[in-house]
Design a binder for this molecule. Structure first.
Ligand SMILES: Cc1cc2nc3c(=O)[nH]c(=O)nc-3n(C[C@H](O)[C@H](O)[C@H](O)COP(=O)(O)O)c2cc1C
Length: 401
């Protein structure tokens, strides 16, 4: 209600990127005030409200819905965002070198279609700066307060394609010890050539190198590794990525990033005025669900599937879980619906049908023995109060339902 009024009177009249800065600035300021995260949590949820917890990637998530990459690229507001009810926050995309991104304007609203078009171009302060910030956060915040933080890494724009692997490896090495999981982003439409890295010949060596870099940088804790794909891949290419992920013992797939398609946007002049970029929000819903189903048909519960793209309602969220997603992410609905939205979705998902869903049985497919033993295969949803949800990095993943 209050957000709706704020959106209608102020935010809607600001350019989208300024509105994002203003809204995010308020969340950060509230979280920084003494007792701020507790106050935020209380403001947006009754303290004993049930939530659907998820165990995946060797971690205990206090709810299946997380914030998708791109909102908090530099990891400056994770505490406030988690206090609003996100079960995890994916920061980034960060790149090995800091870069300004594309020229503004680079974000465009399509409120009638509950959609955004953006061509931010990975504006970020670099992987080293993010690592420093998260290290300080973990050192200065009580462990129960720090949410699960995924780090999404991409290619520096100025780096030629031949050097892409080394660039990702640099980022992976820098953030390995501060990330609960890592995402290799090969699906943003706003860095020239990036999406070509989704082909088998390029993706396989890239993921192998990042996996090796993570193992070397974090020998005592295996950092889960996921890949994020575009909704615009042909079905055969989706199958290839799914097979590759299984074959490489990857931990999961995030499906999907934004689309270069414009189907679902009705104002041709506004579309032309916005120009190139990735479309997110409601128009992405159907394709994102379709991609999820396709991957799940191929991978079963061997991979942690994180579904993103057009999730707006509890029904959307539930449909993704029913279709094989273990976790969910959203960005655009958060922009349009405001700070009470994440908690609303989490609580709706704690309804009995979800909370008491049977534990998925891992089918014996004769895959390598270590597949079945990997913690990422187990995805269990159950209901529990939020209070004891978070535990420090390195100490999670030991509890059961
Ligand atoms: C303004 C904006 C910036 C984004 N930046 C990134 C990014 O840096 N890295 C990334 O992997 N995805 C990025 N995304 C994509 C989202 O993480 C998400 O995959 C996509 O928006 C679909 O979810 P949604 O429909 O809930 O927004 C961005 C999306 C938006 C709207």
């Amino acid at each position: 209600m209050i957000y709706r009024a704020l959106y209608d009177t102020v935010l809607r009249h600001l350019p989208p990127e300024e509105a994002h800065k203003a809204g995010f600035g308020l969340i950060r300021a509230a979280a920084r005030a003494p007792g701020g995260t507790r106050a935020l949590r209380r403001a947006f949820a009754p303290p004993a409200a049930p939530v659907a917890r998820v165990r995946a990637l060797g971690l205990d998530f206090p709810g299946p819905l997380g914030l998708a990459a791109g909102f908090d690229k530099d990891g400056v507001g994770v505490l406030g965002l988690a206090a609003l009810g996100f079960g995890f926050v994916e920061v980034g995309t960060v790149t090995a070198r800091p870069q300004p991104g594309n020229a503004a304007p680079r974000m465009f609203r399509f409120p009638d279609e509950r959609a955004l078009v953006n061509r931010m171009g990975f504006n970020n302060a670099g992987a080293a700066a993010l690592a420093r910030r998260l290290r300080v956060l973990r050192a200065t915040t009580s462990p129960g307060e720090v949410p699960i933080i995924g780090v999404n890494i991409g290619k520096t724009k100025a780096v030629p394609e031949e050097a892409a692997i080394a660039d990702y490896v640099t980022s992976a090495q820098l953030v390995a010890d501060v990330a609960d999981y890592i995402v290799v982003n090969v699906s943003s439409p706003n860095t020239p050539g990036l999406r070509d890295l989704q082909s088998y010949d390029k993706l396989h060596p890239l993921l192998r190198a990042v996996r090796a870099a993570l193992d070397e940088a974090s020998p005592r804790r295996r950092v889960p590794l996921l890949v994020k794909i575009a909704p615009d891949l042909a079905d055969a290419d989706i199958d290839t990525v799914a097979d590759l992920a299984l074959g490489m013992n990857l931990d999961g797939i995030i499906a999907t990033n934004t689309t270069t398609a414009r189907a679902g946007l009705h104002d041709a002049a506004a579309v032309a005025a916005a120009g190139p970029g990735g479309l997110s929000g409601a128009p992405l819903k159907a394709r994102s669900l379709e991609v999820l189903k396709r991957i799940h048909a191929r991978t079963g519960d061997y991979l942690t599937l994180i579904s993103a793209g057009g999730i707006e309602t509890p029904e959307d969220a539930r449909a993704r879980l029913n279709a094989g997603a273990t976790l969910l992410q959203a960005y655009t609905a958060f922009i349009y619906e405001g700070p009470a939205w994440p908690r609303r979705i989490q609580q709706a998902l704690a309804s009995p049908e979800i909370a008491h869903a049977p534990i998925p049985v891992i089918p014996a497919l004769g895959l390598a023995a270590d597949l079945a033993g990997s913690p990422s295969r187990a995805s269990v949803i159950w209901s529990q109060p939020l209070a004891d949800a978070s535990r420090p990095l390195g100490q999670r993943g030991t509890s059961g339902p």
